[in-house]
Design a protein around this ligand. Sequence first.
Ligand code: PLP
Length: 397
Amino acid sequence: MSQSNRTPVKRGRQFLHIPGPTMMPDRILRAMDRPAIDHRGPQYAEIADRCYAGVKAVFKTEHPVLISASAGHGAWEAALTNTCSPGDRILMSETGAFSAQWKQMAESFRLEVDYVPGDWRHGVDPAAIEARLAEDKAHAIKAVAIVHNETATGVTSRVAEVRKAIDNADHPALYLVDTISSLGSMDFRMDEWQVDVAIGGSQKGFMLPPGLSFTGVSDKALQAAKTSGTPRHYFDWARMLPDGKTPTFLSTPPTNLIFGLAEALDMLEEEGLDACFERHARLAEATRRAVTGWGLELNASDPGERSNSITAALMPEGHDADVFRSFCLDRYNLALAGGLMNLQGKLIRIGHLGDLNEPMMLGTLATIEAALAATGVPHAAGGINAAIAYLAEADNG
Ligand SMILES: Cc1ncc(COP(=O)(O)O)c(C=O)c1O
């Protein structure tokens, strides 16, 4: 093959700045790089128990947490099929592509979805939830299901305020929350916010490969599961939690992911959840300063709802975000995410969650600035300087 026909070799690490899977620390990779063990033996039981306890601490719950070999979609499905029966009403809120996909799933289980419309730039409106529930005098709505952090739009919803809205309406609906791209990166308090079903995944803040889902289940949700008439088997909570407290793995567990999870939990504990959330907040703010410094618009309209795990930046009119992303990947080995569904080609999504520090973030932001210049996307130079100044100021003050 002549030199000119060769695919260019890429050196250095790929900077994986999609909002999950995230960059995996060597520690986690090493923890998984060992032979499987007997998953019915005492050694496995010890590691699994440690994982169940650790994930409960991250959810901030005393309720049992189930760990499944599945993508987040599996936990979505488990939440719907265990709590609702065909024909039940469920209240959901249009925040972006993930709320839309969860709604589609609910419809495929023949649930009647009451969908509060949204513009994909705002989070769940607690007042709208309260109003819909207040209208439901017969208490026909079985559950309220929301996405805490809409990974598709970079908008975080106010879970505690939605809880208050449910209480203000004095409505008994179950409260289901998808924390897939917030858990371990942003504060989430299952018990304090009285969430009945909380759903997480391994490939985001836990810094693991995809493949595990986590589901926190309240007593009220377990009670509902006793009467739900939707067929289910693999995700049947009655089988997974036979005594209502102690999770059982009915199929062969993904042993090596569990090794990785134990290591991830050690890492989160060593850092401390508060410090971890603060690190995410700092790197997110540096990213937002860079984006606005370039003169690009943040997709999240309300400053109080801007996500600390992913920032979505709108591309100027006439510039295809996906062409820009391809340039970043091909030329710099920097992977950014793009717009989903209605937002395709319109925005770039910069993931800043997981095992990340300032030099990694600044490297990424500087690379994006270089790519904006190289591809002729109109922008103001110096967004990176705004990010540097912010980080310096954060450590100086
Ligand atoms: C908020 C949110 N919910 C659900 C999902 C679906 O998770 P999975 O792709 O693991 O099924 C994702 C995936 O990125 C997500 O970000």
